[in-house]
Design a protein around this ligand. Structure first.
Ligand code: ADP
Ligand code: ZN
Length: 209
C-alpha cells in the first residue's frame, strides 16, 4: 500500500507513520528526517536546506522532489511505503503523481491548541531522531532508545512554530482539496491519544478485521 500522511506540523504524522510502517512492514519516509540527516552529514543538499528549515520555511520543491524520487526507487519501497511530510505543496504532489500511484491519503486533524502544545513541548534525540513530549519525560534528558541527548529543535521555538503553521496553511493545506478531488482523502482525528488514533487510521485504511 502506498500511503501519504498529511496534516499540520506537530499533529503526529511522524509518530503514526512510524507505528503503521512497522506494523505493515513498509518503510516510513520522512522528508524532515532525511533533510536533517543531510544537515548532520554536512552534505551540499543539507547546507542548502538548513537556512530554510531553521526559519520554518519550506525547502525548495526541486530539492525535495529529487530526494524523494531517489528514495522511492529503492527496493524496500516495492511493497509499499508511507510518506510523512511529503508532498507539502501542489507542485510536489504533481511530481509524485508522475512517479508513482498513491492508494490513500490520511489527513490527521487536531485543533490549534493541541498542535501548539505538542510542538512547543517536543524534544528530539540528537542521535537517533526519536521524539518525546516534556509532559511524559519526568525530567529525563536522554533518549530511551539510544541514550543520546534530547534537544529542543530550533524550528520548535515559538516564533518559528507560528511561521511553520502559516506556511502550512498557505502551501500545504491546499493538498486537502487536491486529494479530496482525487478521491483518496481520509480525514482522521488525531486528538484522542496514540493508541485510539492508530486504530482510527487503520479503520480509515480498511485494515481492521
Ligand atoms: P514537522 O512535520 O513537525 O513540521 P518535519 O520534520 O516534517 O517537521 O519538517 C521540518 C522542516 O523540514 C520543515 O519545516 C521544512 O523546512 C522541511 N521539509 C520537510 N519536508 C519538506 C517538504 N516536503 N518540502 C519542503 N520542505 C520540507
Ligand atoms: Zn536516540
Amino acid at each position: 500500500m502506498n500511503i501519504i500522511f498529511l496534516g499540520p506540523p506537530g499533529v503526529g504524522k511522524g509518530t503514526h507513520a512510524k507505528l503503521l510502517g512497522e506494523e505493515l512492514n513498509i518503510p516510513q519516509i520522512s522528508t524532515g528526517d532525511m533533510l536533517r540527516a543531510h544537515i548532520k552529514g554536512q552534505t551540499a543538499l543539507g547546507m542548502a536546506a538548513k537556512k530554510h528549515i531553521d526559519a520554518g520555511e519550506l525547502v525548495p520543491d526541486d530539492v525535495v522532489i529529487g530526494m524523494v524520487k531517489e528514495r522511492l526507487a529503492q527496493p524496500d519501497c516495492e511493497n509499499g511505503f508511507i510518506l510523512d511530510g511529503f508532498p507539502r505543496t501542489i507542485p510536489q504532489a504533481e511530481a509524485l503523481k508522475a512517479i508513482t500511484t498513491i492508494d490513500a491519503v490520511i489527513d490527521l486533524v487536531a485543533g490549534n491548541e493541541v498542535i501548539l502544545g505538542r510542538l512547543s513541548g517536543r524534544r528530539v534525540c540528537k542521535d537517533c531522531g526519536a521524539t518525546y513530549h516534556i509532559s511524559r519525560l519526568d525530567g529525563k534528558t536522554t533518549c530511551e532508545a539510544c541514550g543520546g541527548p534530547l534537544i529542543h529543535r530550533v524550528d520548535d521555538q515559538p516564533d518559528t512554530i507560528l511561521n511553520r503553521l502559516k506556511v502550512y496553511e498557505e502551501q500545504t493545506a491546499p493538498l486537502i482539496a487536491y486529494y479530496e478531488q482525487e478521491g483518496l482523502l481520509h480525514a482522521v482525528s488525531a486528538e484522542e491519544g496514540i493508541e485510539v488514533d492508530h486504530q482510527l487510521i487503520k479503520e480509515a485504511l480498511g485494515l481492521t478485521a
